[in-house]
Design a protein around this ligand. Structure first.
Ligand SMILES: Nc1ncnc2c1ncn2[C@@H]1O[C@H](COP(=O)(O)OP(=O)(O)OP(=O)(O)O)[C@@H](O)[C@H]1O
Ligand SMILES: [Mg+2]
Length: 230
């Protein structure tokens, strides 16, 4: 179980995320919100890449509020940022090896699994990550995070800018990763339709304020509209 209580964060003393609570325990939680709502700020805060101004983070009962980002990663928090998610000057294979620096299982075993999820990466193993297409690069970023054997995966708009075919494929992969590995997933998305299809619960983020997480089966258009302030 990964929990955030009363978290606040932002930039240069200006609060973006305002007193937000959330928790995941094996499910897919999607965080929906318009441009600038604070999705990236929230995920960076959860990964401890951005400092907390207030609030607490707990992972399986342990207080991880002050851990540095690499410690978060080694305890099972996998983070796929919206931008700069791969090392452009390293090959695909070397990017995946970086993910394997965390954890105990054999690298080859993990590589085989990740390639099983994203077979396209095998064909491009020697290619520099900076020369991959947008979709391939998103797969590599997710693959690198999976190499860490995460128990919680933070995905920041993994399908942004992808063609419909890749979007479809990527959402299938998210479900596959969740179902086969039992990973909790926090998925920041603008693509509400697809995100609601795969997620168990939804939180709408608006001007840094998060709604209560609602079961996706029960969410109404009104609740989404209210969140998006449209
Ligand atoms: N490095 C920064 N310095 C100052 N303000 C920032 C910084 N990064 C983001 N912000 C501001 O914080 C707010 C939330 O931005 P954030 O990137 O978290 O939104 P988002 O929901 O991820 O948007 P998008 O859907 O466009 O990715 C915005 O008003 C943005 O201008
Ligand atoms: Mg963002």
């Amino acid at each position: 179980m990964f929990e955030a209580n009363g978290i606040r964060s932002g930039y240069s003393g200006i609060e973006v995320i305002k007193d937000l609570d959330l928790s995941v325990d094996g499910e897919i939680l999607t965080v929906l919100g318009a441009n600038g709502a604070g999705k990236t700020t929230l995920l960076a805060t959860l990964a401890r890449v951005l400092p907390l101004m207030d609030g607490e983070l707990h992972l399986n009962g342990e207080d991880v509020t002050t851990l540095p980002p690499w410690e978060m990663a080694s305890r099972g928090i996998g983070y796929v940022p919206q931008e700069h998610a791969v090392f452009p000057d390293l090959t695909v294979m070397h990017n995946l090896h970086v993910g394997a620096m965390i954890g105990d299982r054999s690298r080859q075993e993990r590589l085989d699994e990740v390639i099983g999820v994203f077979p396209d990466l095998a064909e491009r193993r020697e290619q520099l990550a900076g020369t991959l297409s947008g979709g391939e690069s998103r797969m590599l970023a997710a693959g690198r995070a999976l190499m860490q054997d995460p128990t919680v995966l933070l995905l920041d708009e993994p399908t942004a800018g992808l063609s419909p075919l890749y979007v479809e494929l990527f959402f299938e992969k998210i479900v596959e990763i969740h179902d086969t590995r039992g990973v909790s997933i926090i998925l920041a998305e603008q693509n509400a339709t697809k995100a609601l299809e795969v997620a168990d619960r939804v939180m709408v983020l608006s001007l840094g304020e998060g709604s209560e997480a609602i079961d996706t089966e029960h969410v109404t258009m009104e609740q989404l509209r209210e969140g998006y302030r449209i």
